[in-house]
Design a protein around this ligand. Structure first.
Ligand SMILES: Cc1cc2nc3c(=O)[nH]c(=O)nc-3n(C[C@H](O)[C@H](O)[C@H](O)COP(=O)(O)OP(=O)(O)OC[C@H]3O[C@@H](n4cnc5c(N)ncnc54)[C@H](O)[C@@H]3O)c2cc1C
Length: 377
């Protein structure tokens, strides 16, 4: 892709040069929005509750749709280029098939959340964005033309224009961990009855692990709840030897309860616009949480540039809602496909194997609507 041609820097007339924008939340969505508004000429201040943009989180997958939006902001994720995705029977360790990912442009990448956050923070700094740390915000800061609510899954700003929401526990929990392990540049999906594990490399001999299990016992939502690795290992005691040997390398792990949140009814009102997890948290089964937040950020800034700060957020909401709803629906459906039991499980493996032999590109193309999307169009 010709990144330079699409970059804002070469196309913009900086129509937002008199605008002042407050972004609440310095996560992936907030920093991308800050960068986009700054590139469109606005004065941007980011308010982040944490004392530092610390090295937290584990791996993210940046799919071509997210990478395309980042490219328009002159950010090329410094991750590992994915070559393939390999579904495996998690009980026997047998690979079922292999789907090629190497032809994507821009490439599909695996990256540590902290690496991308760091790249975005540097780009924001270079674009003149002001970052205010230790700033927990509960209502839009005064003195700005627009407030962007990018305050994540437990967004305070969302409730201001939507009222309280009631997420429900999906009956699934996920552990995440990083181990030292050299692996091929591919994602592996180990499918077990009622559970699955996704592994992919993060570079420097690190392997990212996300292990999902269906269970009735409730677990807290959030990224920072530590758990005993023994719980993870015992949950997967029926796994194949190769998977078990990876899990025995886990020394630190975090557990999060997977909740379904409704998509916020209102994404904007009276000088406030929501994006990313603040507007539409998603389950992780399509790896789109960060990518949708990145797309949102670009589209919101672009709509404000093209339509003004009053109408821009309305255009943004209209443009984004159908796409986000489709992606979230697809993510919700995916867990079921990974967790099959009994005869359905064998049938699905046989079908996957056949597709992998006769029409592997058809399998990948069923996600063209997701990956081929270009926010700059
Ligand atoms: C600590 C952490 C670790 C994560 N780890 C992973 C991971 O390992 N794998 C994965 O796939 N996804 C992870 N995520 C989630 C992933 O980054 C997001 O789902 C996705 O990128 C969408 O980003 P977002 O910007 O909408 O929200 P987030 O990335 O959640 O960012 C929200 C930001 O807003 C800040 N904030 C919240 N409330 C306020 C407030 N009132 N005032 C000011 N600031 C506020 C938060 O501190 C955070 O920095 C993590 C998120 C966090 C916060």
């Amino acid at each position: 892709m010709n990144v330079a041609k699409k970059s804002i820097a070469t196309t913009s007339h900086h129509k937002l040069s008199m605008a002042s924008i407050a972004v609440v939340g310095g996560g992936i969505g907030g920093l991308t929005a800050a960068l986009a508004y700054a590139k469109f000429g606005a004065n941007v201040t980011v308010f982040e509750q944490a004392p530092a943009l610390t090295e937290v989180g584990a791996g993210l997958q940046i799919t071509p749709n997210g990478a395309r939006a980042l490219a328009a902001l002159d950010v090329v994720p410094n991750g590992i280029i994915a070559q393939a995705v390999v579904p495996k029977d998690g009980l026997s360790g047998r690979p079922i098939t292999r789907f090629d990912l190497s032809q994507n442009d821009p490439p599909y990448q695996f990256i540590h959340r902290a690496t991308l956050l760091d790249q975005l923070a540097t780009a924001c700094h270079n674009a003149g964005v002001t970052l205010r740390l230790n700033s927990r915000i509960s209502s839009p800061p005064k003195g700005f033309d627009l407030c962007v609510g990018a305050d994540g899954i437990n967004s305070t700003l969302r409730s201001l224009i939507n009222g309280p929401e009631t997420p429900f526990f999906t009956g699934q929990t996920a552990w995440r961990a990083i181990i030292e392990h050299d692996a091929k540049n591919q994602a592996t999906i180990w499918m077990l009855p009622g559970a699955h594990v996704v592994t992919y490399p993060l570079g420097e001999g690190r392997l990212n692990i996300v292990a999902v299990q269906e269970r009735s016992e409730w677990a807290k939502e959030g990224w920072m709840h530590q758990d005993d690795p023994a719980n993870l290992q015992s949950a997967f005691s029926n796994a194949s030897d190769d998977l078990k040997s990876l899990l025995t390398k886990v020394t630190t792990t975090h557990l999060w309860g997977l909740f379904r949140h409704p998509i916020a009814q209102n994404w904007q009102s009276d000088g406030l616009a929501l994006l990313g997890d603040a507007a539409h948290p998603t389950l992780p089964f399509l790896a789109q949480g960060a990518n949708l937040a990145i797309e949102d950020a670009y589209v919101l800034a672009r709509c404000c540039h093209d339509n003004g700060l009053l109408d821009g957020p309305k255009h943004y909401e209209g443009l984004r809602k159908p796409r986000v709803a489709k992606a979230i629906k697809a993510a919700n459906a995916n867990a079921k496909n990974y967790h099959l039991r009994g005869p359905q499980r064998s049938l699905s493996f046989a079908a996957l194997q056949l597709i992998g032999k006769v029409a592997p590109s058809a399998f990948i193309s069923r996600l063209d609507w997701l990956y081929d999307y270009d926010v700059t169009r």
